[in-house]
Design a protein. Structure first.
Length: 285
């Protein structure tokens, strides 16, 4: 072991990853502050909110650095409270825990970087799953709070088959429509919350792009891949965009990226550098 478990000192690629997440946090902050300036919210006379950024550090019991990051929190007129935190942490797994992870027994060091939002669900005082999602009622309301609904990525919704509804945009859109119908019915007719219909997820299929002119699609019993699936993925995503201008703008952007070979995202697929090339194992767990 060296005096630090920061694997980025041995592998410069990790430093690039940490820098990229730092830039992502800055873009999120700029976008949310732009919305604060553009939309007055419930109090137009109030000044637009700005993010307060504070650094934080992580250390082991002996005081050895284990990374840190920047915590950015906004309290504004449009957003009551919003956070965008960027972190880079590293360290070593305890021996009893490392023995349960493949490869960690030989090298227990770990390194991770990322951006996270404010864990709002943890402040609700309700039951959550391991991912921090609210275990909602069948009508998508929060337990013991029929006046509050949780949908999309913050909600754990169990389907008729006993399996969680997938965290994809079509599911979130269906949840939004369901909640809108429930609220509309109760406002117009004074319906009893106890009579709310349960949410029913309609699985229209799954699509994912995996590269240039390559995708996979699973629609019912139909499974396609390659170029046809990629064209289907493009068509479906354009159809679901709101407004002709948005569709045209995205289509032009995709066309430029396709012919200019502009990279949209990068995936590191090659193996880590050998120990002899860097002086360290170069492996992150």
């Amino acid at each position: 072991m060296t005096e630090t478990n920061d694997l980025s000192l041995a592998d410069p690629r990790l430093a690039v990853v940490a820098e990229w997440f730092g830039g992502l946090q800055e873009r999120i902050v700029a976008a949310m502050e732009g919305l604060e300036r553009e939309f007055p919210g419930a109090d137009p006379a109030r000044e637009p909110g700005r993010f307060m950024v504070e650094p934080w550090r992580r250390a082991d019991p002996s005081g050895l650095s284990e990374g840190g990051g920047r915590m950015a929190v906004l309290r504004g007129r449009l957003f009551e409270k919003m956070g965008a935190h960027c972190s880079t942490v590293f360290g070593a797994f305890p021996a009893e825990f490392a023995s349960q992870i493949s490869g960690a027994a030989d090298d227990p060091r770990f390194w991770a970087a990322g951006v996270s939002a404010t864990p709002l669900t943890k402040q609700l005082g309700v039951e959550l799953d391991q991912a921090g999602r609210v275990k909602v009622n069948p009508d998508l309301s929060v337990p013991d709070h029929p006046e509050i609904f949780a949908i999309g990525d913050v909600a754990l919704v169990v389907g008729k088959d006993g399996k969680p509804v997938p965290g994809v945009s079509p599911a979130a859109m269906q949840m939004g429509r369901h909640v809108a119908r429930v609220i509309e019915a109760e406002l117009s007719t004074g319906a009893n919350p106890a009579a709310r219909p349960p949410f029913k997820y309609w699985d229209k299929g799954t699509m994912a792009t995996i590269g240039r002119s390559a995708a996979v699609a699973w629609i019912g019993r139909l499974k396609i891949s390659g170029y046809p699936a990629w064209l289907a993925w493009l068509f479906v995503h354009l159809i679901f965009l709101i407004g002709f201008r948005n569709r045209l703008a995205v289509l032009l952007q995709w066309t430029y990226s396709y012919f200019a070979y502009k990279r949209g995202a990068r995936i590191i697929t090659h193996a880590a550098t050998e120990a002899g090339a860097t002086g360290h194992s170069g492996k992150s767990n």
